[in-house]
Design a protein around this ligand. Structure first.
Ligand SMILES: *Cc1c(COP(=O)(O)O)cnc(C)c1O
Length: 370
C-alpha cells in the first residue's frame, strides 16, 4: 500500500545505478582531468548530436547558459528582451545581468508564451526574444517567432532548460533560433549530481565565442583575447551526463506514460485543467519536466494531498517573475499569467515513480473533489 509520494526523489536517482555512477566518477577522478578535457568534449559532442545542433558548449548551469548566450550575441545595455513572466527567475536574471531590459508578454492556453502578443511588445530597442519551453513542451508558435524575428533582425534564443528531448514538428527544443540554453540541475529531465548547463548553436562564430567566454576569455593557447568569466561544465558532471544521456529516451518515455496515466485518471474532473496529453501523432512531443495543472480550490487540494502523503508544489512558490515585488516589475499587468498562478499546482512526475504511486496520487485528488 502506497502511503507516501515525494514531489521529487533526489537520492533514488543515484541509488538505482550507484555502481555505474561510482565507476564513472572514479574514472574521472583517476584521470586527473577535472576541468574541461575529454569528458566534457565527449558530452558536448553527444549532446549536440542528440538535439541535432552543430555545437554544444558545456557551462556551469542553466542560468549562465542564458546569460552567456545573450552576451555572446551582443545583447546588452539599452536593449530590450521579450520573454514571459511564467518562468524561473533565472531567465530574467540573465537578461538583467547583461544590462538589458526584460519585456513581458502573457501566456497562452498551454502555459507557454502567447506569441500573438510578441508583435505588440516589439520596439526599436528589441534585440532578442526568449521563449521558455516550459514543462518540457515547445512553444506552439516557433515558426511564427522565427518569421517575425528574422523579419525584424531580432535574435531568437530559447530557454530550453526544461525541454531537453522535447520536439515540435520533429525539431528539438533549443534548435529553433541562434542558441538554445539547457540546465542539468538535478531535478531536470536530464539532471547531473550538481549544477550544470549547456548551450547549443549552429553558429560557428557564437560557438567559438562561447568557448572562450566560459573560460576567462582565453583561447586554446591560454592567451586572454576577451573578457570572460568562469562558467565551465565540470568533468565529473559531464561524465555522468554522458551516461545519463544514453538512457534519456527511456526516461522520457516513462514520463510520458505517467502523464498519460494522469490524463486518463483525471481528465473527467471539471474542477481541473490538465496539460495537453502525450499524443503519438502530434506536432508536439512533450517530455513532461513538470505536470502542471490548474485546480479549483487549489490551496485546499494541496492541503488534502499533504495530509495523504502526496507532495505537490506551487510553481516557483506560486508567483510569476513580475509578481515578486522586490524585483521592481509590479507595474506589469499579465492577466492570464496572474490568473493561472491562483490555481496552478504541480503533481509529482519522475521516471522512478511506480504505477501504484501514480494511481495513489490520482485516487487522492479524486477523493478530494468527489
Ligand atoms: C532550471 C531553469 C533555469 C536555470 O537553470 P539552473 O541550471 O538552475 O541555473 C532557467 N530557466 C528555466 C525555465 C528553468 O526551469
Amino acid at each position: 500500500m502506497v502511503k507516501e509520494v515525494k514531489f521529487f526523489d533526489y537520492p533514488i536517482q543515484f541509488k538505482e545505478l550507484s555502481h555505474a555512477y561510482l565507476r564513472i566518477l572514479e574514472n574521472v577522478l583517476e584521470s586527473g582531468c577535472y576541468i574541461l578535457g575529454p569528458a566534457v568534449e565527449e558530452f558536448e559532442n553527444k549532446f549536440a548530436e542528440y538535439v541535432g545542433a552543430k555545437y554544444a558548449i558545456g557551462v556551469g548551469n542553466g542560468t549562465d547558459a542564458i546569460l552567456l548566450a545573450l552576451y555572446s550575441a551582443g545583447v546588452g545595455r539599452g536593449d530590450e528582451v521579450v520573454t514571459v513572466s511564467h518562468t524561473f527567475v533565472a531567465t530574467v536574471e540573465a537578461i538583467k545581468f547583461v544590462g538589458a531590459k526584460p519585456v513581458f508578454v502573457d501566456i497562452a492556453e498551454d502555459h507557454n508564451m502567447d506569441v500573438e502578443q510578441v508583435k505588440h511588445a516589439l520596439t526599436k530597442r528589441t534585440k532578442a526574444v526568449i521563449p521558455v519551453q516550459l514543462n518540457g513542451r515547445v512553444c506552439s508558435g516557433m515558426e511564427y517567432l522565427r518569421d517575425i524575428t528574422e523579419k525584424y533582425g531580432i535574435i531568437l534564443i530559447e530557454d530550453a532548460a526544461q525541454a531537453i528531448g522535447a520536439k515540435y514538428k520533429g525539431k528539438f527544443a533549443g534548435t529553433f533560433g541562434l542558441a538554445g540554453c539547457f540546465s542539468f540541475y538535478p531535478a531536470k529531465v536530464l539532471g547531473a549530481f550538481g549544477d550544470a548547463g549547456a548551450i547549443v548553436t549552429d553558429d560557428e562564430r557564437i560557438a567559438k565565442k562561447l568557448r572562450k567566454i566560459r573560460n576567462h576569455g582565453r583561447n586554446s593557447n591560454g592567451n586572454v583575447v576577451a573578457l570572460g568569466m568562469n562558467s565551465r561544465l565540470d568533468s565529473l558532471h559531464a561524465a555522468v551526463l554522458t551516461y545519463k544521456l544514453s538512457m534519456l529516451d527511456n526516461s522520457i518515455k516513462r514520463r510520458r506514460e505517467i502523464a498519460r496515466m494522469y490524463h486518463e485518471g483525471l481528465s473527467d474532473l471539471p474542477c481541473l485543467k490538465l496539460p495537453p496529453p502525450p499524443v503519438d501523432k502530434s506536432d508536439h512531443y512533450d517530455v513532461y519536466q513538470n505536470y502542471e495543472i490548474e485546480a479549483e480550490s487549489r490551496d485546499s487540494l494541496k492541503k488534502y494531498c499533504d495530509k495523504r502523503g502526496v507532495e505537490t508544489a506551487l510553481p516557483w512558490g506560486g508567483k510569476g517573475v513580475h509578481q515578486f515585488r522586490s524585483l521592481g516589475f509590479y507595474k506589469v499587468k499579465l492577466p492570464r499569467t496572474e490568473n493561472f498562478f491562483k490555481e496552478a499546482l504541480m503533481l509529482p512526475i519522475y521516471p522512478q515513480l511506480t504505477n501504484e504511486q501514480v494511481e495513489y496520487v490520482i485516487e487522492t485528488i479524486r477523493e478530494f473533489y468527489l
